[in-house]
Design a binder for this molecule. Structure first.
Ligand SMILES: NC(=O)c1ccc[n+]([C@@H]2O[C@H](COP(=O)([O-])OP(=O)(O)OC[C@H]3O[C@@H](n4cnc5c(N)ncnc54)[C@H](O)[C@@H]3O)[C@@H](O)[C@H]2O)c1
Length: 421
């Protein structure tokens, strides 16, 4: 396969070496004359294990060449890969100027070049804000080539890390291919032939957001580790041992648990202990801005769930909430996000009823009783039996937990707040 790579920085140059080593022919295009001259002279423009040897082999086999102008590079090519930089603009967004520039050059070269037998796949590896393929890249191709342009746009995020770029190229944690409707693309299948990794065929936007999700998660992990490390340091606790204990728990800690978007956190432990750790941080001088932000983030989420629950309802509409306790089958209402939701729905003027067979208002005691009544003084009046709930007539049933399984909800509009995924 003939592959043209635009942008010969860390991502593009590494890709050029790796793709050439698989037997494909690679033409690299970069605006930097210095980089292009270095590559053609056998000098790697980046310092990275293995790339210098791979470049020498690629040049010797005639499979790698570089140039500053696109010229006729696309003639006979099946695949173009765009790896130009997307540096931060002054407002924090990505500057997409280089991406727009390269897209225009590719479209103009296709227009000026000979008619093609098959579409050119243009795969973008630069980091894109979701919506860029559809909102920036495609309009550029359409403006220059019109409808039915002989191109297939793919978004294929790059997961390599500097320092282990070649290894990461051949052993990626996953391959994500964003296309129109998630349809597989032949050139990308050929490019990834022999590379073992889970493959995700998704739409453009899901592929585009992947890098942001991953990189932000990695940043959260580092910031969290350092906040816990600082706290340990201030308290004279061994951060090393704490880390060992933490990572040994692959059931709840290092696992998919608690990562699915849905309900807010709550209950008798999480909010209380997060608040107390934030206090320890302030008290000892560890200062824990990430930990401190968690409760604010949770409040923001609770409000968004309320908006979602109430969206489109007529004023004063009759609404049933299935599940009030934090967990189905328990009567612990302390800091249950569902209690907050009920309070917000009542304050917004909806005619609320609550079905939760585990809750008996006359059986609540102690802190549980105090919390429930301070938040929902009307609790006794709001609770309905299964028979009453079964009579229906609700504008919407809000599903908070597994309690809803008791009810026949056929024909009723429901909103499940436990899962946004
Ligand atoms: N570096 C990484 O580890 C990494 C990992 C994953 C994703 N990414 C993303 O990949 C993209 C590229 O990153 P990088 O680190 O390789 O950047 P880089 O700055 O090292 O390289 C970008 C290259 O693009 C060239 N360029 C700019 N405009 C051009 C044009 N019009 N035509 C041809 N070439 C042009 C530049 O001269 C430069 O050589 C960025 O969006 C980045 O966020 C980087």
């Amino acid at each position: 396969m003939k592959v043209v790579i635009f942008g010969l920085g860390y991502v593009g140059f590494t890709a050029a070496c790796c793709i050439a080593s698989q037997g494909h022919t690679v033409i690299g295009v970069d605006v930097s004359r210095r980089k292009v001259d270095e590559i053609n002279a056998g000098q790697a423009p980046i310092v990275e294990p293995q790339v210098a040897e791979m470049l020498s082999e690629g040049l010797a086999a005639g499979r790698i060449s570089a140039r500053t102008e696109i010229g006729d590079a696309l003639e006979g090519a099946e695949l173009a890969i765009v790896c130009v930089g997307t540096p931060s603009a002054t407002d924090g967004s990505h500057n997409m100027g280089y991406v727009a520039d390269v897209s225009r050059q590719i479209a103009q070269a296709l227009k000026a070049g000979p008619a093609r037998d098959a579409a050119l796949t243009v795969a973008y590896r630069s980091t894109f804000r979701p919506g860029t393929c559809e909102g920036l890249v495609m309009p550029i191709f359409e403006a220059i080539l019109g409808d039915g342009a002989p191109v297939e746009i793919v978004y294929n995020p790059e997961f390599l890390r500097e320092g282990s770029a070649v290894k990461d190229y051949f052993e990626p944690p996953k391959i994500v291919l964003g296309t129109d409707g998630g349809r597989p693309n032949a050139a990308m299948e050929a490019l990834h032939d022999g590379i073992e990794a889970p493959v995700f065929h998704v739409g453009y936007r899901e592929a585009e957001i992947t890098k942001f999700v991953d990189n932000t998660w990695h940043a959260v992990k580092v910031a969290f580790a350092n906040e816990i490390g600082r706290t340990c340091l201030q308290l004279g606790v061994s951060a090393k041992q704490v880390h060992e204990i933490f990572v040994s728990d692959t059931k709840l800690n290092i696992s998919p648990y608690y990562t699915r978007p849905g309900g807010a956190f709550g209950g008798s432990c999480l909010p209380k202990d997060v608040r107390a750790l934030a206090h320890i941080g302030a008290d000892t001088g560890a200062n824990l801005p990430l930990v401190e932000s968690l409760l604010r983030s949770n409040e923001a989420h609770k409000h968004r769930l309320f908006e979602y629950a109430a969206e489109g309802l007529e004023p004063g509409a009759r609404v049933l909430m299935a599940g009030l306790a934090f967990k189905a089958g328990t009567d612990d209402l302390r800091e249950s996000p569902n209690v907050d939701l009920a309070r917000k729905l009542l304050a917004a003027g909806f005619a609320l009823e609550i079905y939760d067979p585990a809750i008996r208002a006359d059986m609540l005691v102690g802190a549980n009783l105090g919390y429930a009544y301070s938040q929902l003084p009307q609790l006794e009046r709001l609770l309905v039996s299964r028979d009453q709930a079964g009579k229906g007539g609700y504008a919407r049933v809000i599903v908070n937990n597994a309690t809803a399984k008791d009810l026949d909800l056929s024909g009723v509009e429901t909103r499940d707040l436990g899962s946004l995924a």
